[in-house]
Design a protein around this ligand. Structure first.
Ligand code: 6GU
Length: 225
């Protein structure tokens, strides 16, 4: 999968993709991430990427020209399955959206900033608008990093143990059961007996029960879907 990210703050996107699973996914050729600095495409004297909004009011608006220039350039090079705009008024991100995106060949992500982007970009280029929750971030970059992380780990071959993505919380609308590792006892706090039993059937049953219990108490909304 190829991912192109358009941003006015490329520095914010350096480290999230340079460590751990993301770096390994890049090294193994599962994903190719290209960060584009919108400012590089500004033709104004001072490399402006924003301007005052028509009709007045506080806050700047991301200008149409530099963004349209990059999108046109990239679209001429390959076909994009989705051109996504990260914005607090987008559809709230869920696992099902990540699953769908993980199947695509090429996606483009535009990070919103200031008061947002000139509406004509949304009307004429954007195919999907995504928010990562009901709170406001200073910009779409961290939201884009969240989206890319959630999507890339679903690409087959990215995780060592292919089943581990399938047993994630949310993948079956259930939260994950509790997990333990050595030692079997610490400060008198014991690991549940069943996990030490060596009985895979009993262990599976316990995990299912725990997952259901957790979901009922913490996220009952998931069970109603
Ligand atoms: Cl995608 N952008 C911004 N600026 N704030 C957000 C968001 C996105 N999702 C939740 N809050």
């Amino acid at each position: 999968m190829r991912i192109d990210i358009l941003t006015v703050l490329p520095q914010l996107l350096e480290s999230p993709f340079s460590v751990s699973i993301m770096q390994r996914a890049k090294d193994k050729g599962h994903v190719d991430i290209h960060i584009h600095n919108i400012r590089d495409y500004s033709t104004s004297k001072h490399k402006n990427v924003d301007d005052y909004q028509y009709g007045g009011g506080a806050g700047m608006v991301m200008s149409i020209e530099p963004i349209a220039t990059i999108i046109e350039k990239l679209r001429a090079e390959r076909k994009y399955d989705e051109i996504i705009y990260m914005t607090p008024d987008g559809e709230v991100l869920e696992q099902s959206i990540c699953n769908q995106l993980s199947l695509f060949e090429n996606i483009m992500i535009l990070c919103g900033h200031y008061k947002g982007v000139d509406e004509r970009i949304r009307e004429h280029y954007i195919t999907q608008e995504i928010s990562i929750g009901s709170y406001v971030l200073s910009g779409g970059e961290l939201a884009a990093a969240v989206l890319v992380d959630a999507v890339v780990r679903l690409i087959p071959g990215v995780l060592n143990d292919e089943t581990s993505a399938l047993t994630d919380s949310f993948q079956d609308n259930l939260l994950s059961p509790p997990v333990y590792t050595r030692p079997p006892e610490f400060n008198g706090w014991k690991v549940p007996e069943v996990l030490l039993s060596g009985n895979p059937k009993e262990i599976d049953k316990w995990r299912e029960q725990q997952a259901l219990e957790r979901t009922k108490t913490r996220r009952p909304d998931l069970l109603n879907d």
